[in-house]
Design a protein around this ligand. Structure first.
Ligand SMILES: *[C@@H]1O[C@H](CO)[C@@H](O)[C@H](O)[C@H]1NC(C)=O
Length: 174
């Protein structure tokens, strides 16, 4: 091999290395792109909404579509998902009460597990997460029934899933 060939190879290798480094970390969780999971999430949300008579209250704070796209809110949504898994979807009774919960829960656990390691807790807008938990608490007080407030949260699970889908894109790193 002559020097010219070696030089070209060296440049190529360099470019490859640079390109690999420049590519943002992949941040995507398979259930977010799975139409069956989407379908099951919608079935659960509809079931919960049908039992909910309060159409004024909303628990999950609204995120504008611009903000969803800019990538900074993925981890906020992951934190809310984590709260759902720990405090709302944790009981066995829920699995019997909501159709397809036994299918959706493992998918949500997987989304949280895939995305959480990419979330730096210092970067997360905790105020947004707190607004959600306060809304949930207030709804429980208003209904004098936490189960009803949690049912409302389950009725918003389609919103949460949509937010995760939109904000945790393949190239997002935050
Ligand atoms: C709270 O709401 C749930 C679901 O609507 C109902 O089954 C339960 O009886 C209620 N509990 C109380 C204490 O009213």
């Amino acid at each position: 091999m002559n020097c010219a060939v070696l030089a070209v190879l060296a440049v190529l290798c360099c470019c490859c290395a640079l390109r690999t480094d420049a590519r943002p970390a992949r941040l995507r969780s398979r259930p977010l792109d799975n139409s069956e999971t989407w379908n099951n999430v919608m079935v659960i949300a509809k079931h919960a909404q049908a039992q909910d008579r309060d159409h004024e209250t909303r628990l999950i704070p609204v995120i504008s579509s611009d903000k969803l796209k800019d990538g900074d809110v993925c981890c906020v949504n992951v934190k809310i998902l984590d709260y759902y898994l720990r405090h709302i979807l944790d009981s066995q009774a829920r699995e019997h009460h909501y159709p397809r919960m036994h299918l959706v829960k493992p998918d949500l656990v997987r989304v949280a597990r895939d995305l959480e390691p990419h979330c730096n807790s210092k970067q997360v807008d905790l105020e947004h997460v707190q607004t959600f938990t306060q809304n949930l608490k207030r709804a429980g007080e208003m209904y004098k029934n936490n189960t009803k407030a949690q049912n409302k949260a389950i009725g918003e699970i389609d919103i949460l899933f949509h937010y995760l889908y939109e904000s945790c894109s393949a190239t997002s790193t935050s």
